[in-house]
Design a protein around this ligand. Structure first.
Ligand code: HBI
Ligand code: FE
Length: 291
């Protein structure tokens, strides 16, 4: 991960504020950069109908995301009316406490850059397409919007308690890579899937990954990969259920988690309700480390 040293960031971004936000300077984006957004947008629109959940697609339809990199002021004005959230620009990854402080105040920090045209499928750090196209549609959904604020508040508490690694896994397997069971079948709501055309198909249709019913403690004990498609996806029954299960004091849960097993990313354990047992025929890059 690039350095998150505040002084160094200040040198590189002289206009950065104390909360790590920067002016978006929307007019500075070139036609080529807007073109990258439009290309990615078109590719996702080819795969997401019938794969993303209705809540994601409905959010997408309400937001001005279909004409190049959005102007955050205009986007935030629409989002603010829907759920009271805003989108703010940051140079890239920000420290955990800064990230949580923004979420706790219903501000979603989005990277102020877009991937290069010759590497549409690969980014080292979340860019504006992942952050906005992937995350903001679900922020237009009232229950999910509250879940994200609660996560920010929980993050600030977990930092003080030394349990952030557990909470970060919950974020990973829900906000970033969550699937949901619907009457029409499994659907995507996780932003890391929904902003990738290849992973959108893989997560739902490929035989390789496990698809396992969501269980809070199980997820918090499970490592994850940051370098490749996931080996397991966890499936929630609905957003109200997710919120109900996670909107409580985690103190007792964190005490349980301090002992007992940690699971590997691709593992299946006896307690799992397995929806699909992965063939694991697709092997994630073996050189890479899991978190
Ligand atoms: N910063 N900009 C940005 N975006 C993130 O998604 C992000 C971050 N900092 C920390 C972080 N995520 C995660 O480490 C936490 O969710 C645990
Ligand atoms: Fe993300």
């Amino acid at each position: 991960m690039p350095s998150l040293d505040l002084d160094e960031m200040r040198r590189q971004h002289p206009d950065m504020r104390g909360d790590w936000t920067v002016p978006q300077n929307w007019q500075r984006f070139t036609d080529a950069e807007h073109g990258v957004w439009r290309t990615l947008y078109r590719r996702l629109m080819d795969v997401l109908p019938g794969r993303a959940c209705d809540e994601f697609l409905s959010g997408l339809g309400k937001l001005p995301l279909d004409d190049g990199i959005p102007d955050f002021e205009k986007l935030s004005a629409v989002l603010m009316k829907l759920t009271g959230w805003q989108v703010v620009a940051v140079p890239g990854l920000v420290p955990d406490d800064v990230f949580f402080e923004h979420l706790a105040n219903r501000r979603f920090p989005a990277g102020n850059f877009i991937r290069a045209a010759d590497s549409l499928d690969y980014i080292e750090e979340p860019d504006v397409f992942h952050d906005v196209f992937g995350h903001v549609p679900m922020l237009a959904h009232p229950v999910f919007a509250d879940y994200m604020e609660a996560y920010g508040k929980g993050g600030l508490r977990a930092e003080g308690e030394g349990t952030l690694h557990n909470l970060a896994r919950l974020y990973w397997y829900t906000v970033e890579f969550g699937l949901i069971e619907t009457p029409k079948g499994l659907r995507i709501y996780g932003s890391g899937i929904a902003s990738s055309s290849a992973e959108s198909v893989y997560a739902l249709e490929h035989a390789s990954p496990n698809r396992i019913a969501f269980d809070l403690e199980r997820v918090m004990r499970t490592k994850y990969r940051i370098d490749d498609f996931q080996e397991s996806y966890f499936v929630i029954p609905g957003f109200d259920a997710l919120f109900a299960e996670t909107y409580k004091d985690f103190a007792a849960l964190y005490r349980r988690l301090a002992t007992g097993p940690t699971h590997e990313a691709g593992e299946i354990v006896p307690e799992d309700r397995v929806i699909h047992r992965g063939t694991r025929s697709y092997r994630p890059h073996s050189h890479a480390a899991a978190q």
